[in-house]
Design a binder for this molecule. Sequence first.
Ligand SMILES: [Zn+2]
Length: 376
Amino acid sequence: MDFLEPQDEHFGYAGFADFLDGKKPLVRRAEILFDEEIGALRIIAPQQRERRWPFQAIREIPDQAGRDMLVLGCLDEPLARLMVDEADAIRHILRRCPELHRRPPAQGQRRLVGWAAAALASVALIIFGLVPILANQLAGFIPPEGERALGDATYEQIREALSESGFQPLPVCSGAKGREALGQMQAGLTEGVDLPYPLTVTVLDHPMVNAFALPGGRVVFFRGLIEEAGAAEEVAAVLAHEIGHVAARDPTRIALRSAGSVGVLGLVLGDFAGGAVVLFLAERLIEASYSQEAEATADAFAAERLAAAGVRPDALARFFRRLQKKHGDADGIVAHFLSHPRLAERIASAEGTAAPGETRPILGKAEWAALRQICD
Ligand SMILES: [Zn+2]
């Protein structure tokens, strides 16, 4: 390796780092020089033009690497990445780049759309930068812990992406009585059911009328859905349907399909917090367009569980009729369910099998009131 001895005095420090130009999935070992005179970090990589990243324009890319590695981007060149692992170089960067931790202003839900593009650009970083390091941990199967790790990471990304402030992740609704009520509902619907992993049901403080399942047993409700529901049974019907997706491991399947081999690597690697794949998957999972077959199976599961819990199986149908009337067919969970062309048929069949004589409330009045206030 030909090391360029820094001769000029204004070169404060010189070292090496890995550079990705954001166009080719190729990591190049680059020489880096802190040029005080021009106030920029010079990056000299083989077969690349020299980069000069102004100290002011350098940002840390969070969550992409381990604790002793710094992944940097530059405002002037948003897709390029510099991975710095030399302790001295990291120290110099922390000292010289004043805006390192400044985050771009939040754009609310629109950020979801931007994710995919940004994620694809840095998938290369994961595959060619991090995966080789971890390759000896690869196993020939996807362990439930891997699914769980992916689900957890995706969940955190969703909280960040939908954050109102851009700094604080979307709050988790934690009213004690409301959580208790939700637990009671969950217990009523899953009694005697053998799920591939323990279920974790969470309510996030967001007005979107939506609910979805994530890999590894997470079911997420947004506050908006609970507010729109006319009765606890309607929430229970949605929950039962999402548990159906969990039971069939549909979110993991959609993750695999969406991200292909990259997703497989992430799942197999297990401990996979953060990173581009997760960003990409979060967007897919929140939209959750499953196959007709998967939806029908989740419906059947829900109908059976609702009946076992003494809930009229048409509760879901009632909820969606109301939503449809109020919001039309377009967004959120309505879209998730209405994407199924046989919805009308499903509603009719659910209503046909309703057995009002044998029902019992899934929650008492006080519990249902507590659930509605879980975010207060
Ligand atoms: Zn579904």
